[in-house]
Design a protein around this ligand. Structure first.
Ligand code: BES
Ligand code: ZN
Length: 613
């Protein structure tokens, strides 16, 4: 497994002790302390007919020890040939590809000798690559052209690039992407806004990033500017709506810079993916990838943009060194996201979003194995995708809210700003964060928060006794109204936003009568809501309550959306009764080819558990 020696110094009463902390990434075969790869050049041809990328990855080689082997991660790749740049020409060199590991893929070892500074790998991907989705023209909105995109986080970059696939590595990259000439290729790089359609695109990411942030999409993409720094890339059907929906993005950048220091990535563009994109958003640097399900027409779901933008500081600038440390990305980002929302939309809205997140966390705390409620989780070699939960997000966020409350906002903001500077363009472990926290916050303000308390948050199960328990006045009003409504009264919903609706639906008593459900639907047309989050909450309730009028909508929802957070809870609910399970499997079989590999594997585990078939 990848080993990285991290030197950190601890100052104890004037003495500096050097402690060597050994952080290990259990999810990569790379040996960064021996030979690492600070720069990548990709030359790839996008073959839609075969659903394959084919070409070369060329690395600059950096030797840190007396080592003559470069170890890379691969998954489902065919390696044709490996070469070294020696005496001004490419010369073939031997490689070995190990047997596949269940979750990690295949270790690729290349003989790099002791002098060559460049190694080149000729390879192709498999149509089943876990980090790519290939859509036929019929599966896109425009129906005329195919679409392809990557999702590399956490460990899928290795399914489309042979790479040292650990977030402890940072590398720059250049790419030549060869496409059919009616399509546009974009990457987490310096996308040109003016580029005419062409059969080859040259792209470059000059800042060192972890491998999971290398991203690509190819499709019939248009571009529309929101400001001189922000543009939207999308298929034409949605580009105007998306540009309207996200008009606040330039302002979000400004308020984040004011709080946490400069935005260091030049442009910030947004790419709308097809509805099968498995996540809400992905913070690919310079070009966040976003699900179309948040283009709701009322700007109610733009906390997702705040979230992906926030990663430009927490995650992309300061990066978790391994997937055990994911809270360093997602907890900080959820915290920063909420601060952006507060700065632009005020405390009331930010507090509702915090309270919604807290409710989700409580749900997870009830169902997760206690060991999986630890922020600095022990994953072993389990696939990080299988252990995805609200713990790194909301528990991580609450930890930072806790520190903010204890030290005061001014002190904590200054601390965070310095933290982003201190570790800019570095990958850090939980231990490194703790050392930094000890030196720069705890020791500076003695007697406020102890290291034992920090350890309880980071290494303990569940939530500490004195954790913040966010509530929202707005939601208390909703609950009061609900009581009146359940007794036959009227709801006053004219002022309600998506947040209030979500809280209302999620907290309806499970013994609600069929009559009341039908009344709700009649008055507020929830079955036909085109807000994807509201529809999700309602459809989930409709399964639990066997509310049949929503069945057809449930079917079309599952067939048209592949964002896993929106579909998996529905399949999970359906899997609870034999009749529903049978129905769900039929719908799934119809939907399957449109789902991303991640959505497929998660939902197949739900619908076809072992011994169940
Ligand atoms: N980086 C994550 C998505 C991710 C995390 C992919 C871990 C693979 C492994 C992204 O920033 C994210 O958190 N997206 C959320 C947004 C939400 C919390 C606002 C999503 O997709 O729902
Ligand atoms: Zn995130």
């Amino acid at each position: 497994m990848s080993r990285l020696l991290l030197l950190s110094s601890i100052v104890v009463s004037g003495m500096t002790l050097s402690a060597t902390v050994q952080a290990e990434d259990q999810h990569s075969f790379a040996e960064l302390d021996r030979v690492s790869t600070p720069h990548l050049e990709l030359d790839l041809t996008v073959n839609f007919a075969e659903k394959q990328l084919e070409g070369t990855a060329t690395y600059n080689v950096s030797r840190h020890a007396d080592a003559d082997e470069l170890v890379l991660d691969t998954s489902d790749l065919t390696i044709h040939k490996t070469e070294l740049w020696l005496n001004d020409k490419w010369q073939e060199t031997p490689f070995t590809l190990a047997e596949p590991h269940e979750t990690l893929g295949q270790k690729l070892t290349i003989q790099v000798g002791d002098s060559s500074e460049k190694v080149r790998i000729h390879y192709e991907t498999a149509p089943t690559a876990s980090g790519l989705q290939w859509l036929t023209p019929e599966q896109t909105a425009g129906k005329k052209h195919p679409f392809m995109f990557s999702q590399s986080q956490p460990i899928h970059a290795r399914s489309w690039i042979p790479i040292q696939d650990t977030p402890a590595l940072r590398l720059t990259y250049d790419a030549t992407i060869r496409t059919p000439d009616q399509l546009r290729a974009v990457m987490s790089a310096d996308n040109a806004l003016t580029a005419e359609r062409s059969d080859a695109y040259e792209l470059s990411m000059p800042q060192p990033i972890p491998p999971y942030l290398i991203a690509i999409a190819v499709g019939d993409l248009e571009v529309k500017s929101i400001s001189d720094k922000v543009a939207v890339f999308a298929e034409s059907y949605i580009i105007d709506d998306a540009a309207w929906e996200w008009a606040d993005t330039p302002k979000m950048i400004e308020v984040t810079e004011a709080m946490y220091g400069p935005y260091r990535w030049d442009r910030y563009d947004l790419l709308v993916l097809p509805p099968s994109f498995p996540f809400g958003g992905m913070e690919n640097p310079r070009l966040s990838f976003i699900t179309p399900t948040v283009v709701s027409g009322d700007r109610s779901l733009i906390n997702l943009i705040a979230h992906e933008l926030a990663h430009s500081w927490s995650g992309n600038l300061v990066t978790n060194a391994s997937w055990r440390d994911l809270w360093i990305n997602e907890g900080f980002t959820s915290y920063v996201e909420n601060r952006i929302m507060e700065a632009i939309f005020g405390k009331r809205r930010a507090q509702m979003e915090l309270a919604l997140g807290y409710q989700d966390l409580l749900g997870d705390l009830e169902t997760l194995a206690p060991a999986d409620t630890v922020m600095n989780i022990d994953l072993g070699t389990r696939h990080p995708d299988d252990v995805f939960s609200q713990i790194p997000y909301v528990k991580g966020q609450l930890f930072l809210v806790y520190l903010e409350e204890k030290f005061g906002r001014d002190v904590f903001d200054a601390f965070l700003r310095d933290y982003f500077d201190a570790f800019a363009f570095q990958s850090i472990s939980t231990e490194q964060f703790k050392n930094y926290l000890q030196q720069n916050l705890l020791a500076q303000n003695p007697g406020v928060v102890s290291m034992e308390k920090v350890d309880e948050w980071i290494h303990g199960e569940g939530l500490p006794e004195d954790a913040p328990r966010p509530t929202s006045d707005a939601f208390e009003q909703v609950e009061k109204q609900m009581m009146v409504w359940l007794k036959g009264g009227q709801l006053q919903t004219t002022e309600w936003t998506t947040h209030e609706w979500l809280h209302f639906i999620n907290n309806l008593p499970l013994d609600i009568s069929a009559v009341n459900l039908a009344r709700l639907d009649r008055e507020y047309a929830l079955t036909t809501s085109d807000n994807a989050e509201i529809a999700h909450a309602w459809l989930k309730l409709s399964i639990i309550k066997k509310y049949e009028p929503a069945r057809e909508r449930l079917r079309s929802y599952l067939l048209s959306i592949g964002r896993n957070k929106l579909v998996a809870p529905l399949y999970r609910e359906l899997a609870r009764t034999p009749d529903n399970l049978k129905w769900a499997r039929e719908v799934y079989q119809e939907a399957r080819s449109g789902y991303h590999p991640l959505t497929q594997s998660v939902n197949e585990a739900i619908l076809y558990q072992e011994g169940d078939e």
